[in-house]
Design a protein around this ligand. Structure first.
Ligand code: TYD
Ligand code: MG
Length: 421
């Protein structure tokens, strides 16, 4: 239960004739000042792309992610790279710890000021004093307004703190970045209202034990939410990964059954990822289905399609699926690669090294087209693939496209025929 203070409305109706003299006036859209937003590039290519070009002055950005994923590292790097006056206020680490981390990532930003503080009033005081070009607050859960009774991290504290930083951002026209923790089930801890208040919600995700970390925009008032930033954590901090496909596929083993390469397009950039499947007879009564990096429900659906439409007896088999590199792929264009990997494992026949797959699979076993197919084919060609399977409906003709042999397939049976004869 949260107590809420409701302001009393003025007794005169806002729309009465007396009030109209001071009231706001609607403008034709064309008369509104365009006021080109001068975005501040952060110096981090991946982050800039996800933000849509950089930080917008006066915007409030929320960066969410599980503990240990690298939120503090990312923002400290940004603070050091920006080359402007930045206030990095941390309620989680001491100034010494932040200094040590800065040395670890090997950057020295002369404009970066650090403050170890939890009180929102003191953080904002320091900001008023320093007049930074960017304010970073790590994290919103530790920010605390002593005037409120409730404990730090409680709903009312988080909401109040976010509101204070929002007022500061708008009043001083300074971008403010807040770090937010994520609960076990993947939601931003704290009230949903936080996501409504801020202009941009970024999510940093990935498995701590895997190669890649991904940065996505869940909400962006100044750009698209399509872009995906990919990072790699090493001993010297986070590095943007320019060619993730090359890195991912570099570890492929030759002649292994159950492996297929798909071409999902997360953001504007198509990626080539390896899908591995393991199909084996179930030892226990109920067969297991387990996925890493892919939606389990989608896997179940694809298994049902393979069973019902193509007659493969997979109902009594354990099926494990893994998208390598720790990527989580949502693009349905991966469907065909998933099916190919499952069939390959099931029959124990490897798929040729140079083949890649880009199509969605429908409930009827039909192969469906995906958007931006040409870019996907080009990306595959760049990485040395010679054959791409896609949907017949996508309108491409069988034959060479930029040196890649394109094979349109209409139904699942066609794929089975083409792959395994
Ligand atoms: P951190 O940024 O503190 O995560 P968050 O703020 O999201 O909780 O750090 C994440 C992990 O990254 C930490 O466990 C240590 C590791 N790390 C490296 O591997 N290399 C580095 O250079 C740094 C700074 C951290
Ligand atoms: Mg942290």
């Amino acid at each position: 239960m949260v107590e809420e203070v409701i302001e009393r409305e003025s007794p005169t109706a806002a729309w009465s004739s007396t009030g109209s003299a001071t009231g706001s006036k609607a403008l034709p859209l064309a008369d509104v000042d365009r006021h080109a937003e001068a975005r501040k590039p952060t110096g981090d290519r991946e982050l800039d792309r996800v933000l849509g070009g950089g930080l917008v002055p006066g915007s409030l950005v929320l960066l969410g992610g599980e503990p240990g994923i690298g939120k503090s590292t990312l923002l400290l790097q940004v603070a050091l790279l920006l080359g402007e006056k930045v206030l990095y206020a941390s309620g989680e680490e001491s100034a010494q710890q932040i200094r040590m981390r800065a040395e670890r990532v090997g950057l020295n930003g002369p404009g970066c000021h650090v403050l170890s503080e939890v009180s929102t009033a003191k953080i904002l005081q320091a900001a008023e004093h320093l007049q930074p070009d960017v304010l970073i607050v790590d994290s919103i859960q530790t920010a605390h307004n002593p005037q409120l009774d409730s404990a730090a991290g409680s709903v009312s504290q988080i909401r109040e703190a976010a509101a204070e930083f929002l007022r500061y951002a708008k009043a001083r026209h300074v971008p403010v970045i807040l770090v937010g923790h994520i609960t076990k089930d993947g939601h931003l801890a704290g009230p949903k209202v936080l996501e409504h208040m801020v202009d941009v919600v970024l999510q940093f995700e990935g498995d701590r034990h895997h190669l890649f970390r991904m940065l996505r925009a869940l909400k962006n008032r100044f750009g698209s939410t399509q872009e995906l930033g990919i990072y790699q954590m090493d001993g010297q901090g986070l590095k943007g990964v320019a060619n993730p496909s090359g890195l991912l596929l570099g570890q492929r083993e030759e002649g292994l059954s159950g492996s297929a390469v798909g071409i999902p397009s997360e953001g504007m950039q198509p990626l080539l990822v390896e899908v591995q499947a393991l199909v084996s007879s179930a030892v226990y009564g109920t067969p297991q289905r387990s996925c890493t990096g892919f939606d389990t429900r989608r896997l179940n659906m694809l298994l049902a399609v393979l069973e019902k439409r193509c007659g493969f007896r997979l109902g009594a088999k354990d099926v494990f699926l893994n998208v390598t590199g720790g990527l989580r792929v949502e693009d349905p264009a991966l469907d065909l690669a998933v099916c190919a990997a499952i069939l390959s494992s099931n029959s124990d026949i490897p798929i040729a090294q140079g083949m890649a797959f880009a199509a969605e699979v429908g409930l009827g076993g039909e192969i469906r087209p995906v958007h931006r197919l040409e870019q996907r084919i080009n990306e595959a060609g760049k990485l040395g693939f010679d054959t791409v399977f896609c949907a017949k409906q996508s309108g491409v003709k069988a034959g060479k496209v930029n040196g890649v042999n394109v094979v349109p397939v209409k139904r699942m049976e066609d794929l089975v025929g083409a792959l395994f004869g």
